[in-house]
Structures are given as structure tokens and as C-alpha cells.
Design a protein around this ligand. Structure first.
Ligand code: HEC
Length: 102
């Protein structure tokens, strides 16, 4: 094997392994931050802050259902994520939004 090939193979081995567990911060950035803001503070539409007491008082199971089913009230619509995200991705996003608790 030529040294360059060996170096390339070593580089591949050293690449960080793709995490198996869903990455909540990544899910948030990709699917949620557009409406809620990167830091969950409410974005341009001034939604309720995700770190605020009203949302943080809810259980993980309650938040999971909201994210899975979405919100259909006309003035505060949120898409349903069941079928768009794996359950593990929804759970990871919820675990991440707990880190915003104020
Ligand atoms: C198209 C815009 C939009 C996207 C995308 C979106 N949301 Fe929402 N979300 C909303 C709106 C609107 C509300 C209602 C907020 C309000 O009343 O101020 C809401 C409310 C919530 C709440 C509070 C629920 C409650 O019971 O009070 C949580 C938690 C939440 N979103 C999580 C998420 C997560 C996690 C994602 C990404 C997987 C996400 N949202 C993506 C628009 C969005």
C-alpha cells in the first residue's frame, strides 16, 4: 500500500464516529429554530419562549405529544412532526429544550 493511501485510510478511521443517538441540538437547528429561534426565545414571530415557566412546567410526555401532533389553532400553528421525525429525534429535541430552562 502506498503511503498516501495508508494516510487516507488512517484519516477515515480517525473521523469522528457518527453518533447513533439522535442529536437534539441538531434536530432543533434543522426543524425548530426557524420558528422558535436558535435559542428558543421566540424568533421573529415572538412565540412563547421555550425556556419560560409555562412550557417548562409541562412533562416530557406532554411536550412530546405537542411536537408529534402539532398545534392546529389558526393563530398559533405548528406542524405535526410525527412521521417527519423519528420518535427518538423528537425525544432528543425535547431533552435539548430542557437545557433552555430559565
Ligand atoms: C412553523 C413554525 C414552527 C415550527 C417549525 C416548530 N414550532 Fe413549536 N410552536 C410553534 C407555535 C406557533 C407554537 C405556539 C407558541 C405560542 O403560543 O406562542 C409552538 C409551540 C411549541 C411548544 C410549546 C407547546 C406547549 O404546549 O405550550 C413546544 C415545546 C414546541 N413548540 C416545540 C417545537 C419543536 C421541538 C420543534 C421542532 C421539532 C418545533 N416546535 C417546531 C411553531 C413552530
Amino acid at each position: 500500500m502506498r503511503p498516501a493511501t495508508a494516510a487516507a485510510l488512517l484519516g477515515l478511521l480517525l473521523l469522528p464516529a457518527r453518533p447513533l443517538a439522535a442529536d437534539g441540538a441538531e434536530v432543533w437547528r434543522r426543524k425548530c429554530a426557524g420558528c422558535h429561534g436558535a435559542d428558543g426565545s421566540g424568533g421573529p414571530r415572538r412565540l412563547a419562549p421555550i425556556g419560560g415557566p409555562e412550557i417548562q412546567a409541562k412533562t416530557d410526555a406532554q411536550l412530546f405529544e405537542v411536537v408529534a401532533q402539532g398545534i392546529t389553532a389558526p393563530e398559533r400553528r405548528m406542524p405535526a412532526f410525527r412521521g417527519k421525525l423519528a420518535d427518538a429525534e423528537i425525544s432528543a429535541a425535547i431533552a435539548w429544550l430542557r437545557t433552555l430552562k430559565r
